[in-house]
Design a protein around this ligand. Structure first.
Ligand SMILES: Cc1cc2nc3c(=O)[nH]c(=O)nc-3n(C[C@H](O)[C@H](O)[C@H](O)COP(=O)(O)O)c2cc1C
Length: 266
């Protein structure tokens, strides 16, 4: 079947999911592309509509082995009339748990046909220069495989007579999705004197938790600890202060050093 265009959707506070989705697109080859970056709250207002003439690629990071809870409402509201879809999850070299099967199930529930899926590795949100966790990923080796995956999706589409005849792979995970424990809110970001109040941190925050007039004020009850503000600060003025999140980074740095490889399902 010939697809008319590709719609890509991603939520990507620290841009690794975006890099993975863009790699898949490069592998797909020339095709019209419509991109919807739903990282900022104002992009998650209107629901997405699509049809069986478009391929839909949806990328999300893994949060505690699951699809980030804040996306549930928007993702479930997608309206897709038999659109072939590719769920993609990106995780920080620990585990991706039930996130891929969950994202596949959400898309199926919206009327999509998940014809392929991927679990790739991105630099962990809590990674830092002192304690790198999957630092710099997706790297060149990852992107080589990710682009090849894009080519295989194109071949699969080209070989199918129609959208409803394309096979649907089994995605790994358990349908009794793992519980995500409630973690107490914690103000974990230190802001140094290097801060110039440029406001970039408030602009990139996916939940508008930072006061745009006073960058050192973060609403800990709203913050999702995605670290977009830390990684986007041009002055490197923001860092993780000692506490639960810092302990978690040390734990991940110590225990999740062994390189995991991307997995593709077709
Ligand atoms: C709250 C939170 C929970 C996370 N949970 C996991 C996890 O369960 N397993 C894992 O390997 N990485 C986990 N990560 C790391 C992210 O999945 C990973 O860094 C991803 O590449 C971030 O995507 P982004 O760059 O598009 O924001 C978590 C990150 C955050 C902020």
């Amino acid at each position: 079947m010939k697809i008319e265009s590709v719609k890509t959707v991603y939520f990507s506070p620290t841009r690794t999911t975006k890099a993975v989705v863009e790699g898949i697109l490069r592998g797909l080859g020339p095709v019209g592309v419509e991109t919807l970056d739903v990282t900022r709250p104002d992009a998650r207002v209107e629901p997405l509509r699509t049809t069986d003439r478009d391929l839909l690629i949806v990328g999300v990071p893994v949060y505690r082995g699951r699809v980030p809870a804040l996306l549930n409402g928007w993702l479930h509201a997608i309206s897709a009339q038999d659109a072939p879809a590719v769920p993609v999850v990106v995780y920080g070299n620990r585990i991706y748990g039930d996130a891929l099967i969950e994202l596949g199930d959400i898309l199926t529930g919206c009327g999509c046909r998940p014809i392929a899926g991927a679990a790739c590795i991105g630099e962990h949100s809590f990674s830092s220069d002192e304690m790198p966790i999957a630092g710099g990923r997706p790297d060149a080796a990852d992107l080589y495989h990710i682009e090849a995956f894009g080519r295989r999706i194109r071949e699969k589409l080209d070989a199918a007579p129609s959208a409803d005849r394309i096979s649907v792979p089994t995605l790994p995970g358990c349908r009794q999705y793992q519980e995500t424990p409630q973690v107490p809110a914690e103000d974990f970001i230190a802001v140094s004197d290097a801060c110039t109040q440029c406001g970039i941190c408030a602009e990139v925050c996916p939940v508008s938790a930072i006061d745009p007039e006073e960058s050192s004020l973060t609403d800990a009850g709203v913050c999702i600890t995605c670290c977009a503000c830390i990684k986007s600060c041009p002055e490197h003025a923001r860092s993780i202060m000692p506490g639960r999140v810092k302990d978690m980074s040390l734990h991940l740095y110590t225990l999740c050093g062994e390189r995991k490889e991307p997995e593709f399902f077709l």
